[in-house]
Structures are given as C-alpha cells and as structure tokens.
Ligand binder design. Structure first.
Ligand code: NAP
Length: 331
C-alpha cells in the first residue's frame, strides 16, 4: 500500500462530497464569467464541467488545440446546455493573442470574475545533469511567461470595464514545490515555484486580484502519463474543489496554497488558525516561507502577510502610515 499523502486536514477526499457540490447555492457562480485555461487538458476539462454545474453567466475555455477544446465544450453542453460556453484557441506564450482574447471576453460579457489557470507543461523528467540547456526554458516559457501573460491580460481587460472588476485567480500548482526535491523533477518543480512567486508578487501589486494556489493531487492526465508509468496514482478526480475555492466561503484562503483533497469543512473550522490574527500579521498557517523566518519586521508586516479581514490579504503598509498594534519586532 502506498504511504498516506501528507495532509493538513485529518479528513481527505478522493471523490466529491456535499460541501463542494457545485450545484449548492453557496457555490453558485450565477452572473459570473468564468475563464479556464488548459481547458483542452485533463484537469481543465474536469474543471469546465464542474463550473458549468455552478451556473455561470458564461464559461470561456482556452487551450491551443481547437479539436480538444471543442470536445470539452461538447461535453459541457451535453450536460449543461443552458450555460453559454465559448472556446478560444490561443497559445498563452503569445501575449498579444491572450490580450486580444481576454479583451474580447471582457467586452462581450462585462469582465472576467474567475480565472482558473490549468494550462501547464511537464518539463522533461530527467536528471539535471543531462538536461539540454538549449530547450530547458521551454517548460518555463509556458509555466512562467504563459502565467504572466494570462494574469496581465485578465487584469488589463477588467480595467477597461465600467467597474474595474475584481478577479479571483486560481493557479494550479504542485505540492512538489513544498516537498524535499526528488530526482528528475527539477525543471518542472522549479518552474512551478517560479509561477507561484510571480503570482504572489502580482497579487500584491494588484489589489483587485484574489489569488489561490491549488495542488490538485497526482492525477491521471496527459501530463502525468510519463510519471504514471512508475508511480501509482492515488486520486480519482473531479474539480468541484475548484468551484469551492473561488466561492465566498474560501475567501480566507487567498494567497495560500491548498490541496484539493483537503476537507473543506475542516478548513473552514480552522479559519482562525489559518488566517491568523490581525494583532499578529502573518501569524496564520499555510504560508510559503522558511521556518523561523520573521513575517513581521521593524513594526511592519512583510508584504502579503495581512489576513483578509485586515486588508484583503495584501499588505498596503508601505503605502500608508497605519501600523499594526503589535510592537514585536520579530516572530
Ligand atoms: N496531473 C497531475 O497529476 C498534476 C499534479 C500537480 C499539478 N498539476 C497541474 O495542473 C495543471 C493541469 O494539468 P493537467 O494534468 O490537466 O495537464 P494536461 O492534461 O497535460 O493539460 C495541460 C493543458 O495545458 C494546455 N497548455 C499547455 N501549454 C500551453 C500553451 N503554451 N498555451 C496554452 N495552453 C497550453 C494544454 O492545451 P493544448 O495542448 O490544447 O495547448 C492542456 O489543455 C497544470 O498546471 C499542472 O502543472 C497536475
């Protein structure tokens, strides 16, 4: 039997359950415009079906392969013919192309409320000693440059709408960025870490971005096929968790990394320990950080450490004279 997956919650799931049912009123996306990148791939397609069940105003699917995108759209329409579903074939590394798509979506639908970023690429799994420096950046280009162009495009497109809409941005990442390194995965894991750090900075700079990083589990998709030859895949999957994570219930998890298998009732019950206290900015859990490194220095919380109740999870102390009440220098 494989060892149990590391877990923050005592209860974990490998199938859907009532608290993440996308048809429940608490998770409704009625009136919202949801864009999914990588919708021609495994997780993106599952996410498209889950979000369709939550009843959005429009579901916009992005990927490069028009035939695979059309297949996703057909599957969505077969079960949720009432949801306006559109596809756009675009390479995320083509920044002007992504801008044009996102501007068109915002013009037609009045902005983008939710961006689920599933597009990704598994860089060759091989020892770094044999990695080809000439092609090494290929994976980085999709994962890092593609992520930047999507993030820029959605914020700039929303800025042109009447009410400069906020966007909830879900980044699919891997728990590998947290775990000790394992052989062969250096290119992939380092590119995924770069994307997370890039998005953290992006969210600090753009207060209208609510960012969530989600590890989906190790799932049987095209991407994982290479690894699945040697590793047992522990999870079946649907992506109802992603519908939950963009809901108001999960707002307290902004800027955090969560695993899709974690039990959401337990996460909600542990909200205070996750968010931390407004008296002690940065004291909550599920941070990316370094054990022992202070999150609060010289009377100021470090960027991104304020809990949502204090300032949308985004530190604005460098722009304001307000100081948190605690006089502690380090903890
Ligand atoms: N599967 C897992 O076990 C696992 C584990 C941890 C994290 N993740 C993450 O979850 C996300 C989804 O992975 P997946 O398993 O669903 O992979 P997948 O089935 O291989 O799908 C990848 C998707 O990314 C799109 N894509 C790749 N490069 C692109 C580009 N340059 N421009 C536009 N779209 C591009 C592909 O679309 P086209 O081919 O049509 O362009 C496809 O839709 C990824 O970020 C991955 O790193 C997956």
């Amino acid at each position: 039997m494989p060892p149990p997956q590391p877990s923050y919650t005592k209860v974990t799931h490998n199938a859907t359950y009532p608290a993440i049912n996308p048809t429940s009123p608490a998770l409704s996306t009625a009136g919202k415009v949801v864009v999914i990148t990588g919708a021609s791939g495994g997780i993106g397609r599952a996410a498209a079906k889950s979000f369709a069940a939550s009843g959005p105003k429009a579901l916009v699917l992005l990927g490069r392969r028009p035939d695979a995108l059309a297949e996703t759209a057909d599957q969505v329409r077969a079960s949720h013919g009432d949801v306006l579903t559109q596809t756009h074939a675009v390479d995320l590394c083509d920044s002007p192309g992504v801008r044009a798509v996102m501007d068109a979506v915002a013009r037609e639908h009045g902005g983008v409320d939710v961006l689920v970023h599933c597009a990704g690429m598994l860089a060759p799994v091989e020892p770094l000693i044999t990695a080809d420096p000439a092609t090494f950046l290929d994976g980085y280009k999709t994962t890092v440059v593609g992520t930047l162009s999507v993030a820029q495009a959605v914020v700039l497109a929303n800025a042109n709408t009447n009410d400069a809409k906020d966007v909830t941005f879900v980044n699919l990442t891997t728990a590998g960025i947290l775990f000790p390194a394992f052989p062969g995965m250096g290119a992939y894991v380092s590119s995924k870490m770069a994307a997370v750090k890039l998005l953290q900075a992006f969210a600090v700079e753009n207060a209208n971005v609510r960012l969530h990083n989600v590890h989906p589990g190790f799932l049987p998709t095209a991407m994982s096929a290479q690894l699945a030859r040697t590793t047992k895949l522990p999870f079946e999957y649907d992506d109802n968790f992603l519908v939950w994570v963009v809901s108001p219930e999960a707002d307290f998890l902004r800027n955090k990394l969560v695993f899709a298998a974690w039990d959401v009732e337990e996460l909600k019950a542990r909200r205070t320990e996750i968010v931390g206290s407004s008296e002690r900015p940065g004291s909550g859990e599920l941070w990316f950080g370094f054990q022992g490194f202070p999150r609060y220095v010289g009377g100021n919380p470090l960027p991104g450490t304020l809990p949502p109740s204090v300032g949308n999870g985004v530190d604005s102390s460098h722009q304001s004279e307000e100081r948190p009440p605690s006089k502690r220098t380090h903890y």
